[in-house]
Design a protein around this ligand. Structure first.
Ligand code: G6Q
Length: 565
């Protein structure tokens, strides 16, 4: 498969991807090295090196990436960079940017970087430059979003659009939804953008129940235009719309589509002149930069959308051209591999101290887990090492009062990423300082911990009786030595947000490259989809079901009995 599908990947790249990462010399070295590092405490590493922060932090414009609170020494990083080189990471990065078909199972290029290629450097797929197409759709997005925002685009009764409902799911939903929430301060209050994804009717009903048909526009976003959830919601939205409208022509003013499938869009009844194209080399979870980002352009304006692209492009250039040693996504990815494969960490927490980034963990969960939740390598061989971690998180400080307990004192190692802006978009006294002090304190607490002696001294000072000291001081001991990265930046602008998302996308790429997996397909989504079709058919029949296992039959038959009551 690799040989055939990867015909335009150069020989050097192909040879390198044949070797398992666990067989690489640097992997063996890292295994030995882990024994040494496991004994060290970050407290001591900080005490021994007053310049540790300077040594292990990087800046890209105003975005600071501090990775000094990690269980690493200079040697650790050297070995990790060796691993990256031996795994062919630089060649793999070059292959992606060149437009090689690195999504081998689907024989596709992976070019979300082209969508934000503000330099317009030609990028070829099958000998054709994709940039003219990218620019054409960007222009189309500008016309459309300008028309909606300037109230030139009118609904069927001549009223301007006040509500835009984006219908999509997975990659066609999570990215734009996260970005629109993140950039709320840049949105206009008189133009609301809503998102509907779940096939559960409650999702659509709760959004449309307060909307006025005359001033509502639907964006139906689906790469394939066949996804069950999106098509079910889109059909119901069309039905809701038509229930109040006599003239079928009105649909053209209230429904637009974002898709790669013009035929299906037309069959649905949307005029293809109201269709925004994208391409098979844009993966769903990497598609917010494409026309899938249309609700973003509507919400913040096309200039804002372009700033988002510019932020991501800056990171693309940083990723493409910086040496591994000064390359933020490379370091993020390698640190993840270090904990995942050498410390047995199973998870990664995403902790933005920013309410507007409330959906960031959801988006990165898909970006990471759908990309690197794989158990075979790119040659189809089963892996005997761990791949992508479980991603979870939420906006600080809420998590501190929920799951941080486990991170501080539980038995599992949970590497954490913190993100925060120095400036809030608001001016309520005391809030932002409280928020940021919590962020910084958490990174310190995770790193330092609290020794039993320190806990005991505190308890004694509080006057706790002698007979309770031992037990209580043990309960109040924090082992510390818990790794974290921190991103700290001026403020959450479209440009900064674009950069942050791109850091994570490339971090996922780096890890997939080391693990030698295809980060760009998602076969695991398919089985459930297939079975749901059979189950739906069985569900609709009026007889008892016996064609599945006893649990599935039992669930189906009990559902039927409940439904008939
Ligand atoms: C993402 C996945 C998946 C996809 C959805 C929606 O990378 O491919 O989440 O985005 O299944 O697919 P459609 O856009 O085709 O409706």
């Amino acid at each position: 498969m690799a040989g055939e599908a990867g015909h335009n990947i150069n020989g050097e790249y192909r040879n390198q991807i044949m070797v398992r990462c666990t067989q690489l010399p640097a992997w063996q070295v890292l295994q030995e090295h882990q024994w040494e590092i496991a004994r060290l405490h970050m407290r001591d590493l900080f005490s021994a090196d007053p310049k540790r922060f300077e040594r292990y932090s990087l800046r890209l414009d105003d975005i600071l990436f501090d990775y000094s609170k990690n269980r690493i020494t200079h040697s650790t990083l050297e070995h990790l960079f060796d691993l990256a080189r031996q795994a062919g990471l630089p060649e793999k990065i070059a292959a992606m940017f060149r437009g090689d078909k690195i999504n081998l199972t689907e024989n596709r290029a992976v070019l979300h970087i082209a969508l934000r290629n503000c330099s317009n450097r030609p990028i070829l797929v099958d000998g054709t430059d994709v940039m003219p197409g990218v620019n054409r759709v960007l222009t189309q997005m500008r016309y459309f979003s300008d028309a909606i925002r300037s109230q030139e685009w009118l609904g069927y009764t001549g009223k301007p659009i006040a509500n835009v409902v984006h219908i999509g799911i997975g990659g066609s939903d999570l990215g734009p939804k996260m970005v629109v929430k993140a950039l709320t301060p840049y949105c206009r209050p008189e133009l609301k953008v809503h998102f509907v994804s779940n096939v559960d009717e409650a999702d659509l009903v709760e959004v449309i129940k307060n909307l006025d048909r005359e001033t509502t526009l639907f964006i139906v976003a689906s790469k394939t235009f066949t996804t069950q959830e999106t098509m079910t919601n889109a059909l119901s939205a069309r039905e809701w719309f038509m229930a109040g409208v006599k003239d079928k022509e009105a649909i053209a003013k209230h429904f637009v589509a974002v898709s790669t499938n013009a035929e299906k869009v037309e069959a649905f009844g949307i005029d293809t002149k109201n269709m925004f194209e994208f391409w098979d080399w844009v993966g769903g979870r990497y598609s917010l930069w494409s026309a899938i980002g249309l609700p973003i352009a509507v919400a913040i304006g096309m200039d804002g959308f372009k700033e988002l692209l510019a932020g991501a492009h800056k990171v693309d250039e940083h990723f493409r051209t910086s040496p591994l040693e000064r390359n933020i996504p490379v370091i993020m990815g390698l640190l993840g591999v270090w904990y995942n494969n050498f410390f047995g960490a199973q998870t990664q927490a995403i902790l933005p101290y920013d309410q507007y980034l409330d959906f960031l963990a959801d988006h990165l969960q898909q970006a990471d887990m759908e990309s690197n939740g794989k158990s075979v390598d790119i040659d189809g061989k089963r892996l005997d090492y761990d791949t992508g971690p479980v991603i979870f998180g939420q906006a600080g400080t809420n998590g501190q009062h929920a799951f941080y307990q486990l991170i501080h004192q539980g038995s599992k190692l949970v590497p954490c990423d913190f993100l925060a802006a120095a400036h809030s978009h608001h001016k309520l006294a005391g809030h932002h300082e409280a928020l940021l002090s919590n962020f910084i304190a958490q990174t310190e607490a995770l790193m330092r911990g609290k020794t039993t002696e320190e806990a005991k001294a505190e308890l004694m000072a509080e006057g706790v009786p002698e007979d309770r000291l031992d037990k209580l001081s043990m309960a109040k001991t924090f082992p510390g030595n818990k790794p974290s990265n921190s991103f700290l930046y001026h403020s959450l602008t479209p440009e900064t947000l674009g950069a942050l998302i791109a850091f994570y996308e490339h971090k996922v790429f780096v890890q997939g490259a080391i693990w030698n997996i295809n980060s760009f397909d998602q076969m695991g989504v398919e089985l459930g989809k297939q079975l749901a079709k059979t189950v739906l058919k069985d569900m609709m029949e009026d007889k008892l079901v016996d064609s599945h296992d006893s649990s599935t039959n039992g669930l189906l038959n009990y559902y039927k009995s409940l439904r008939s009551r």
